[in-house]
Design a protein around this ligand. Structure first.
Ligand SMILES: C[S@@+](CC[C@H](N)C(=O)[O-])C[C@H]1O[C@@H](n2cnc3c(N)ncnc32)[C@H](O)[C@@H]1O
Length: 368
């Protein structure tokens, strides 16, 4: 992949290697770290793979020009850039058009701090403009014209203020083994950054989890990214997550796909443990009889910190554990404990973050 900013921009830390070399380098590290000889390897597209991106805005006060910028290799520096080779086609096309339009409009340009892009494979783009100034109805008027001209969804944010210019989500259709699944992706709340790898991760889990008459329990479910396609494999699903926004969009996504066997509830992993162990009663669980569930599998996709001590103990109540991890260090810590009672049935690496040192892993465990 060619990029004029390799070595200057701090984003792609493995820029000196081509796609296959950086993947092999990371896979070898995982093999050594986990003692796994032949993990399944899920590749990314080698370029234009990031469907979510955030850029700072650099203001050149000498000539009034603005440009996108990234943190440099030396963290204190910021590097002006005019393109990024890893963002999706839709974001790459929109970047210069957006910058050009904003440059020519003092209201939109003044004190613009950063820009976030979210795109879908249908070509929809949601842009969030983040300001270090108060934004108001005058700004909204200009922003409406911008959204109209560029045919984008647009949001403005400044401290304590969020102005939705058009709407605050776009639609994505994931193809999992030839079947389409529809999702609303919001500006806030977690979304997987590499759609092609995401589709394959979901497909990998579905492939290794056969049809069951029993039920699935999910912690850290986000907007139902795995939950909704996986619900086909189970009788019923209880899916939980800490973020209010994500639970709201998970319910919307469930309706979009006409799926009726999932209950989404806003509960942190810690709260869910308390609820299932009958240590605490939650109003949010009203109408859900936990005793009617027969969980054979627990699915976890935690943040980088991995499982907390109580959750790590709690998941061992279940016969099968499906663990998706974005941090090999915390996965290794958690597996050291889980492997006392579970055997690793499947292990995969997903190159979600190509050209960086990060790698996503998937592990399916079965009680010994
Ligand atoms: C790596 S994301 C995975 C989301 C989802 N599986 C997906 O693929 O989009 C982790 C999720 O855990 C949620 N989360 C963070 N801390 C949590 C906690 N203590 N309990 C429950 N959910 C939490 C975050 O809001 C986020 O949606």
């Amino acid at each position: 992949m060619q990029c004029n900013y390799f070595g200057l921009c701090g984003s792609c830390t493995l820029h000196k290697m081509d796609y296959e070399t950086q993947l092999s380098y990371k896979v070898e590290q995982i093999k050594a770290q986990f003692g796994i000889d032949t993990p399944e390897i899920i590749r990314s597209n080698p370029e234009r793979f990031r469907t979510r991106a955030e850029f700072r805005i650099f203001h050149d006060y000498d000539n009034g020009a603005i440009s996108y910028a990234m943190h440099g290799f030396e963290r204190k520096k910021i590097v002006p850039i005019d393109a990024c080779s890893i963002v999706s086609e839709a974001i790459a096309e929109m970047m210069p058009k957006l910058l050009n339009a904003i440059s020519q409009n003092e209201m939109l340009r003044h004190r613009l701090y950063s820009v976030e892009f979210l795109s879908s494979s249908t070509g929809e783009v949601l842009v969030t403009l983040i300001y270090h100034k108060k934004i108001d109805d005058v700004w909204l008027h200009e922003a409406q014209k911008l959204a109209e001209v560029l045919q984008i969804d647009l949001i403005g944010r400044s401290r304590g203020v969020k102005l939705i210019v058009t709407k605050e989500y776009i639609h994505e259709t994931l193809q999992i083994d030839g079947k389409p699944w529809r999702f609303r992706l919001y500006d806030t709340g977690f979304t997987q950054p590499n759609t092609h790898v995401n589709e394959q991760m979901i497909g990998w889990v579905k492939h290794h989890v056969a049809l069951h008459k029993s039920d699935l329990l999910e912690l850290y479910c986000g907007h139902g990214n795995f939950t909704i396609p996986l619900s086909e494999q189970f009788n019923k699903v209880l899916a939980t997550e800490i973020s209010k926004r994500s639970i709201q969009s998970a319910k919307e996504n469930c309706a979009l796909n006409s799926v009726e066997n999932i209950a989404f509830v806003r509960l942190s992993a810690e709260e869910l443990t308390q609820a299932l162990q009958k240590e605490r009663v939650f109003n949010r669980l009203k109408g859900i009889d936990l005793d009617t569930y027969d969980f054979s599998h627990v699915f976890v996709d935690p943040p980088r910190a991995g499982l907390d001590d109580k959750t790590r103990d709690f998941v061992q109540r279940f016969e099968n554990i499906i663990y998706i991890s974005c941090n090999p260090e915390t996965l290794q810590r958690d597996l050291e404990s889980l492997k006392k009672n579970y055997s690793v049935e499947n292990f995969a690496v997903f190159d979600q973050f190509a050209y960086t040192r990060h790698l996503e892993c998937g592990v399916i465990l079965k009680r010994k």
